[in-house]
Every structure is written in C-alpha cells, then in structure tokens.
Design a binder for this molecule. Structure first.
Ligand SMILES: [Zn+2]
Length: 478
C-alpha cells in the first residue's frame, strides 16, 4: 500500500519535517493583534507554498470588508485521481495563534521553538502554536508532502479542498461570510476533516464525534438613575444586584436542570449503548477533579447523568461573570444604579443558539423586578455538531488512525465548541470528523505550549493513511 510508503518516508525524513515545523512556528502569526498582520500573512503564505510543493492548486483569498482588512484564507485543491470514488474531503485548520502573553512565564521564547525531553523521556516541541493548531496542521501537510515525494498521486489520490484560516483565535469573524460566498466550491465537499482536538491520553488515540454549541449573553439590570445611600434607601427601593441574583438563582431547579421553558425540547437522550461505551473509557473522575484542586465530592451537576455525560451530551447554563456596586478596598455602603451578569449556555444536539438566547431573554423579561429595566445583549455563539459513529467516512478515518497507531482509537466527544463544524452542518449539510492529536497537558493558549513528537508522528502517519481508507467509502449525496 502506498500509504505505508508515505508513512515510512515521514519516519525516514523526520528531521527535515520537524525543521520545517520549526520554521513555521517561528512566524508569530498572532491574529488578534494588528501589529502582527504581516506575520499572519507570512504564515499563511508559508502553508500555501508547502501545499503547492505537494502538488496542490493554491490560492490566497483575501477576507474582510473592505477586502483585505481581514487575514487571508489559504484555499488549496486537488481534483483527485480519476479512479477515486470516495468522498470529497474538506480539510479545515488554522495557521494563526493566540498571543504569547504573559511572555515572562515562558521557559524559552514563544517564537523560538525548542525540542525538550520530559521526565518520561518523551520528546516535545515547545512554542506558541506547537499544538494549536500549526503542529496539528503540519502533520497533515507533511503527509501530503510524503505522498508527493514517494511518487504517489497528489494528496494520495483524494479529491480534497484545504481551507486554512488565519482568524480562528480571534473569533473567525470573516469565516461565515466566506463560507456563504463560496457555497458552490465548499458545498461540493462531502465531509470535513479537522485536526484540532485531543486524544484520551498518551498512547490513547481518539476520534471526536461531537462538539457542543454555545450561546453567550449579557444582562444589565438598571434600577435608580444614580447610586444610592444604603441607609437612606435600602429596604425602600430595589437593589439591582440583589434583584439580578434572585432572578439568576431561578435558572436551575433542585436537580440542577435549566428552568427555561423548552430548553431541553431538542436535546436527544443518551442511547444506552453510548452510555455503556463512555463508561468503558475508564475516565478517572477523582483524578480529573484532583487535577483542578477538587476532592471527589465536587462531582456535582444535573441529576441522573455521570461526570462525562454531563460534558458530552447535556446542555448547561453558566454565569461567567457578575459585576455591580462597590468592588474596591474597604467598605462603601452603596446601592448601585445597575448590575451586570454574563450568562452563557453550552448546547447539544439540535439546540439552536438564537432560539435559546431568545427564550432566555423572554424568561428574563417575565421576571423583570419591579421598578427595574433590562438591557439584554446577545454576544452570539455557535451551533453544536455531532456525526453518527456509524458514518462510513468516520469509520474510514478511524481505521486509518487504528492502522497508524497500532491500537483501536476511542470514540469521544468534547464539551468545548468548534463553531466551523456547526456552520458547515447548517449551511452545507456537511458532517465534520475530528481526528486530533493533542494531550490535556499541552497548555494550549498558555505559556510553554507544547506538542509531543509522538503525537505529531501519529498525526502525520494517520493523514498518510487516510486517502486509501477514504477511497473505499461511497457517499450518497441527497
Ligand atoms: Zn486555540
């Protein structure tokens, strides 16, 4: 099999490949800070050159309004071998990174990658973007290069479109418009493949088949037209902090279920087989709680659902911030004129962020405290996305991963949100498969971000195997 040949080439040329990753990581492609605008473009250009060298047709597409005010999208295609009858793959990744701050907490400069060996003898590369997402995307890029270098067809013969974004870490502000404007090109793809998630642990590869959605809101409760003396006015008029917290306290019932009418209407029950499979994954609840400073008694959430079930299959409501009144040193007896709370919801199954936000705002309005007035702000969000574990493309990717790893991958979900997956599902009816290689201790978004070289190797080998695995899959498009 030629996939094996490509994987062997990656092994034999690893030093050069890691050298290329180091070059890419040296480019500080921080998308949120305008000071790095040229560097972000350079990092996109770097990926474009890499794909071109592997035989792809590559375009750099400007984004934003006016055109070019955003960071560019790298769009690369390969038509596939004439005999390829598998799905047209959309590979999505991002080449921008989070800011490195706080810089003084890094052991080595964030954009001067170093290879370290940890206490278990495992090698890892340390730099901003080492895992999220340059390191993961780079495994895919090297697999494409390997196919070319070993004389195989471009992209292993797959029909593939590659979309690399430069704004993921700054909210993907131009992505939705780009997808809408390129519906014809992107809509021709059958399935999306993303390498930006994690494994269950070292040596425990996994495919992620579901991400949660998100709805993010802010409530401001306005009361008097000025701050008040609590002796003169307390007990005579509403205190917006007190009233706001009384309303928010009604958001959960005694079973910690969200009380907004209709909130659970489109949530699907957990299938018994799924419940059983998750229980068998052997997630250590006490250990997980310990890693964040809790004892086992902190295993607290919606009644009737286990620890991992509450993360993977149940929606939640959280107060993410609450501000009001006097928060400085010492005492100040004030009744403020307003109080604010940030409230967000993680969503599952068919829950729609706009509908959830609307019903939450209606619920809040019904509880308007006497004498007060709400200001309700919608901060947006994203749709949840799940792909069936019996989906033929998912099975094929799982087979490729099993072959590359020499062990059967786990099927997992994540409680986090990757809005592109929901966007593709909603706009184009496309499923997303997440084959990711990160570890929980990779410190993504934090100082000393790292990626284990074993994880990089597994990613590159898996992507080398995927074209042949997918070639055997037949998709019927409705
Ligand atoms: Zn990230």
């Amino acid at each position: 099999m030629t996939g094996d040949k490509a994987a062997a080439w990656i092994g034999a040329n690893e030093g050069d490949a890691i050298g290329r990753l180091v070059d890419w990581l040296r480019i500080p492609s921080v998308s949120t800070d305008p000071a790095y605008k040229d560097d972000v473009r350079r990092a996109g250009q770097w990926a474009a050159d890499h794909l071109r060298a592997s035989g792809f047709d590559v375009e750099i597409r400007e984004t934003g309004d006016p055109d070019g005010s955003g960071h560019p999208i790298v769009l690369a295609t390969s038509e596939g071998s004439p005999e390829y009858e598998g799905p047209h793959v959309l590979f999505y990744g991002h080449y921008d990174v989070q800011p490195p701050d706080p810089v003084d907490l890094w052991r080595s400069p964030p954009f001067e990658p170093v290879i370290e060996t940890d206490e278990h003898g495992r090698e890892r590369i340390v730099a901003r973007g080492a895992c999220d997402d340059k390191g993961q995307v780079h495994g895919f890029l090297e697999a494409m290069r390997a196919w070319k270098e070993t004389g195989g067809p471009v992209a292993g013969g797959m029909k593939i479109t590659v979309l690399l974004e430069g704004e993921e870490e700054s909210g993907s502000v131009n992505l939705e418009r780009f997808v809408a404007q390129n519906k014809d090109t992107l809509g021709a793809c059958d399935v999306c493949l993303i390498s930006d998630t994690g494994m269950l642990g070292p040596g425990r590869p996994a495919i992620t088949y579901g991400v949660r959605g998100l709805a993010y809101t802010e409530l401001v409760l306005h009361a008097s037209d000025q701050d008040l003396h609590s002796g003169a006015w307390g007990g005579k008029v509403p205190n917006p902090i007190t009233e706001l917290t009384k309303v928010l306290a009604q958001l959960w019932d005694a079973d910690r279920r969200v009380t907004i009418p209709g909130f659970y209407d489109t949530v699907l029950p957990i299938e018994p087989a799924e419940r059983e499979a998750w229980a068998k994954l052997g997630v250590d609840v006490a250990d997980s709680l310990k890693s964040i400073g809790f004892g086992p008694e902190a295993d607290v959430g919606e009644t009737g659902y286990a620890f991992i079930e509450r993360e993977w299959a149940r929606p939640t409501a959280e107060i993410n911030g609450i501000v009001g009144g006097y928060t400085g040193h010492g005492a100040k007896t004030v009744i403020p004129d307003h109080a604010t709370a940030k409230v967000s919801f993680r969503l599952v199954a068919d829950q729609d962020p706009e509908t959830i936000t609307e019903s939450f705002f209606a619920w809040v309005r019904e509880r308007t405290p006497a004498g007060c007035r709400w200001e309700l702000i919608d901060h947006g969000g994203g749709h949840p996305a799940t792909v069936g574990t019996d989906s033929p493309p998912l099975r094929a990717v799982r087979d490729a991963l099993a072959k590359a790893a020499g062990t059967e991958p786990a099927l997992i979900k994540t409680g986090g949100s990757i809005p592109i997956a929901g966007l593709l599902k909603r706009e184009l009816g496309m499923d997303t498969i997440f084959a990711g290689f990160g570890l929980e201790n990779d410190r993504v978004h934090s100082p000393n971000e790292k990626f284990d070289l074993d994880c990089w190797r597994l990613g590159a080998r898996t992507h080398a195997m995927i074209p042949e695995a997918l070639a055997a899959v037949r998709v019927s498009r409705s």
